[in-house]
Ligand binder design. Structure first.
Ligand code: IDP
Ligand code: MG
Length: 152
């Protein structure tokens, strides 16, 4: 079953939106198999945002993401990488459609509430970056009967 890494960024926590966002994923039918609050080091930020370290906004991004706690989460579910990205909306929250997490909860590009892995390959690497194997849990969820419906 496909997995993806989610980070609820410091702005989500400061705006008391953790429950709101987790509820969206639970209601959609995703299974939470890992969940913790952490502080990201500068080293981990540079690794996680390696595609952005040369950008002019990187210094601000690193300060923002390392100076405050974030909630890290692994979700499991059918095509969850793509479905979560659709639920998030695009990077610029002002361009994100109403109904998406960024579209409903932010007006910002830099403070855009949430990170979600952008491909299955990225997700595998990001999950290993943030979670030890023993921090991920297998259990039967009440959504499972629907996950494995015959039309899938
Ligand atoms: P994504 O989070 O939608 O996958 P990425 O391009 O991977 O977008 O960028 C990672 C994060 O870096 C964004 O979510 C945002 O917080 C920040 N960021 C990206 N582009 C900009 C920008 O043009 N200005 C300010 N911050 C940006
Ligand atoms: Mg990205």
């Amino acid at each position: 079953m496909e997995r993806t890494l989610i980070l609820l960024k410091p702005d989500a926590i400061q705006k008391a939106l953790i429950g709101e966002i987790i509820s969206r994923f639970e209601n959609k039918g995703f299974k939470i198999i890992g969940l913790k609050m952490i502080k990201i080091s500068a080293e981990l930020s540079k690794e996680h945002y390696s595609h952005l370290v040369s950008k002019p906004f990187y210094a601000d991004l690193e300060k923002f993401i390392t100076h405050h706690p974030v909630v890290a989460m692994v979700l499991e579910g059918n095509e969850c990488v793509e479905v979560v990205r659709a639920m998030m909306g695009p990077t610029n929250s002002r361009k994100a459609a109403p109904g998406t997490i960024r579209g409903d909860l932010s007006l910002s590009t830099s403070r855009n509430i949430i990170h979600g892995s952008d491909s299955k390959e990225t997700a595998e690497n990001e999950i290993k970056r943030f979670f030890k194997p023993e921090e991920l849990f297998e259990y039967k969820s009440c959504h499972m009967d629907y996950d494995y419906a015959p039309d899938e």
